[in-house]
Design a protein around this ligand. Sequence first.
Ligand SMILES: *[C@@H]1O[C@H](CO)[C@@H](O)[C@H](O)[C@H]1NC(C)=O
Ligand SMILES: *[C@@H]1O[C@H](CO)[C@@H](O)[C@H](O)[C@H]1NC(C)=O
Ligand SMILES: *[C@@H]1O[C@H](CO)[C@@H](O)[C@H](O)[C@H]1NC(C)=O
Ligand SMILES: *[C@@H]1O[C@H](CO)[C@@H](O)[C@H](O)[C@H]1NC(C)=O
Length: 395
Amino acid sequence: MKEVQSFKLLAMAVSMTTLICSCYSHVDPECHMTTPQIIEYYGHISESHNVTTKDGYILTLHRILQKTTSQKGVVFLQHGLLDSSATWAMNTYNDSLGFVLAQEGYDVWLGNVRGNYYSQHHVSLTTKDPEYWDFSFDEHAKYDLPAMLEYVLSKSWHHGSLSYVGHSQGTLMALIEFSRNKQLASQVNLFTALAPVGRVNNAVGAFKLVSDILPEIVAVTDKLGIYNFAPLTPAVSEIAILLCPIIPSICSEVFYVIAGPDQYLNSSRVPVYGSHAPAGTSIKNILHWNQIYLAKQPQMWDYGSAEENLAHYNTTKPPAYQYSGLEVPTIFFSGGNDYLGDPEDVVWLMGQLQSGVLKDSYTYDGYAHLSCLWALNAREWVFDKIIGHLNTVWA
Ligand SMILES: *[C@@H]1O[C@H](CO)[C@@H](O)[C@H](O)[C@H]1NC(C)=O
Ligand SMILES: *[C@@H]1O[C@H](CO)[C@@H](O)[C@H](O)[C@H]1NC(C)=O
Ligand SMILES: *[C@@H]1O[C@H](CO)[C@@H](O)[C@H](O)[C@H]1NC(C)=O
Ligand SMILES: *[C@@H]1O[C@H](CO)[C@@H](O)[C@H](O)[C@H]1NC(C)=O
């Protein structure tokens, strides 16, 4: 009884505080918009397209169109782990890659992998079914990526090819699939990897913290029948939106723990970032990330026993992913302070690629895992360089 009372008091205190804070703080309108709404807010035409994968997942792609202009080329942007299409549109207008590319004249498509906020449908399953959540980045690479890219290639004004920009898990998916799916890879004329992740042997920060307590987390979620991980929760976002402007240091701190110390973070913008992420994935995906961290190599899902692995792979251990098959011209942007794309792992990844594949590589000391997306100087250090490469490819 006493606990219930104190909980009620605490809840009241929190809502009073948020209420008071909301009167004194400026809230960016993008906090309460979806990706298509942000696109329209800035005067672009937004389109949403459903794409069905071979295994029945319905993914929603977003598209940023210019009102006028001839199209220079087609660019597909793929978000990272626990993220969504919003990542390319939620920074200030002239500092969001999606809008920068659209203004430059490109036909911009934004992917959303299965299980995130925007891609929650399936031809026969619902998100209440445990089977729906039976996926990891293996399936993002094997099913989601080809389905999304083939759709864009068929629908876009230019049917022959597209340029791909991936962030974090969006680079892992591409490394895996472009290395083995030559037919798909031959239609990609440029692969830009932001905070590239080919393995996570040296990951630290929140990734390592979660890794340490993952067995305990899974024990609880299993018991409760929860199969999704960190879905977008408006109530939690609301508290962040209202409290972050008052105590920006704490909110920035949360970012540093996840992504690494970021010298170029716009701390006033953190409420917007926090209102669109984390955008959800499966617990199995988190477990798979942890498996490759513990195994110290990128590999397929480990079923946990020699018999089961044999049944699925005809080998007792899960097959390792190879990146030596990659032939798509590639550009890297990485950060010296990145907690997930550790500099040592990035150097290892470069060594896995055939010579000549990596056309250019930029490493910035003060950059962490999310800097390539939102840093105060990303326009100059990242976006303008991407445009330079794109304009050459599409000339
Ligand atoms: C996509 O599919 C879902 C579920 O079938 C549906 O609710 C939604 O309206 C569709 N969106 C578009 C743009 O077709
Ligand atoms: C974006 O930059 C252009 C010029 O580069 C400027 O005309 C425009 O006002 C800017 N838009 C916003 C929303 O800041
Ligand atoms: C930082 O974020 C705030 C809040 O969204 C925004 O008003 C400001 O323009 C941003 N600063 C820069 C330099 O982009
Ligand atoms: C499974 O692996 C064994 C030993 O490497 C090989 O002889 C056999 O042909 C493989 N079977 C299949 C179905 O690939």
